[in-house]
Design a protein. Sequence first.
Length: 282
Amino acid sequence: MEIIKNPQELQKRALELRAQGKKVALVPTMGYFHRGHASLMDAARKLADVVIVSLFVNPTQFGPGEDLDNYPHDLERDAALAQEHGVDILFTPTRDSMYYDDHCTWVEVPELGVNLCGKSRPVHFRGVATVVTKLFMVAQPQVAVFGQKDWQQLAILKRMVRDLNIPVEIHAHEIVREESGLALSSRNTYLTTEEKNVAPLLCKGLKMLREMVEEGEESAARLKDELEAFYAANIPGSRVDYIEIVDPDNITILERVDGPALCAVAVYLGKARLIDNLLIKV
Ligand code: AMP
């Protein structure tokens, strides 16, 4: 496995690979790999001749007071895991090599960014859409793999490539969970042992909602109230950022669950802000 730090160097390599007729897959990440990242790498391996994984903690998607400077990292361990999973190129640019001091060009998909995480993290998706566009230009992939863990991000990126005619196929990968149901996340490292014991209830509550829908409940308000009460009673010390039921493609808020519906939650638990989601009606 090659480690490339410089965006210009990766772009040159990627253009050469494309000229040789190779199919390139990109897996964008912020590192501190877990099984979720690994399964994205495995999926990419099956889709392409060359797998590029980017590891970049993108400053423009963090707001003031967020965990940019404390984001967990372990490059040595990450490089070993990427190599084990057949990654060909690990791209680890510096912040300075990705952004000029006077960077001022942004990609925005505002309509899909107003609800859920976009509400509490106002600059987040602008940063994500911009860095992913830059990564696409640098790594020149035909296919890119993203996790459904960040469902809103996936919806935004699908819309972005559609609207801007970007020739990259977006491949969605299901959420990888612990046996307990807890969605794997680099930020789970912020949890204490006690918090880790109750965190799986986040997912349990979502499953409970899906059962209520299967039993005929259609009122989004009643479902959300039920989930809020469940978290309050069962996850001591947690604070709900949002509990929403949305259209899975447009991320618009639903009042009735009578068609495809996604329940998405963000909950503060100790130092972590955990997100999870479940399709409660297909
Ligand atoms: P991150 O490094 O957290 O920015 O995530 C990089 C990619 O991995 C994103 O496409 C995430 O959606 C995906 N990802 C993170 N956690 C999981 C998980 N538990 N299951 C599946 N994909 C995940």
